[in-house]
Design a binder for this molecule. Sequence first.
Ligand code: PMP
Length: 366
Amino acid sequence: MAFALNLYPVTYIARYNPETEKWDEEWLESDKVTYDELMAMSEADRKAVLDKRNQMGLPSVSYTSQYAYSCFEGMKGFPTKDGGVAIFRPEENGKRFNNSMKGLYCPAFPVDQYVKASVEFVKRNAALGYVPKYNPDWEKTDYADADSIYMRPFMNSEGAIGVGCSKQPYVVICATTVSAYFKKGLDGAVITNRIRATPHGTGYIKCASNYVISALAKKEAEQAGFVECVYLDAVHHKYFQEGSSCNIFFVLKDKTIVTPELGDTILPGITRKSVIALAKEKGYKVEERPVSVKEVQKKAVECFVTGTAAGISPMSSITDLNGKKTVFGEGFGPVAKELQHELKGRQYGSLEDPNHWNTVVIPGNK
Ligand code: PMP
């Protein structure tokens, strides 16, 4: 199973204090079990440790548990070639998190505090051995199976009942090890007739409630043998929106790269933003605009989805609502491959980082 929960021992919790209008910070260290010790444990002992780490003392009955009133981030830390550790564009995640909280009408967590806490979070966990070691073999496959730290900051409301907006939220940062995002053995994307986000809704923020539809549509796609589902727009049912939890790109025959433009129904992905910047640096023409199913069926030669967890993942085909399959071919197409090489190379430090996207947490020594 992709994406298992193997929580790190140190968790950050901040609580909004309406009187001081500040966030009171706390570090929870559930145990001092190092990564190597955890790995050496029997399965039952390991499970007991991991279950304890998941007890964060958050209220059971809350706007979050009752109404999916919550928002979260997904952010990665990478072991770099020089022996250090860096977080990729944390200020971008911090801004999106802040925006999600504003969208939920609750006190918003400051961006600088988000970045500072994230850096300290990685350091504290690294001190217990929770930091992947750089392996030069990863370079051969452009880091296809490389390790990273998956950080999951989230907001949780205070204890409450009755529909309402949080006044005293918690912000938690936790992390887990990650493995491949997409299930092996499944293939291609399928357009779903479910609607992820509607105009004037919450599709532009990363709030928890958006993901219920994604869970359903993804399950349906997987049951039908597809690896991913893709949404169309809520109004015309003609234009691509995004994948279950990733943005979508197409390469047209003339090498133009197209991706749906942002609006109130699409999550502004940080990988999306980075891929657009990299593609432009490489000289590609990139268009952010409505992309119809018809256009893709006629003109697209590559399709890939992007996300923190998904990276750049090629889709071998897209099947429309009538069962018509457009085949792009197995594995990475040339454009996706070039972008993947550049993105991963910068994240893992085997390439220069001219835009200063990496925030160094632990400096390397080479
Ligand atoms: N769309 C949705 C709905 C997502 O959940 C994600 C993952 N955060 C993305 C797009 C990709 O965003 P990012 O590149 O910032 O991970």
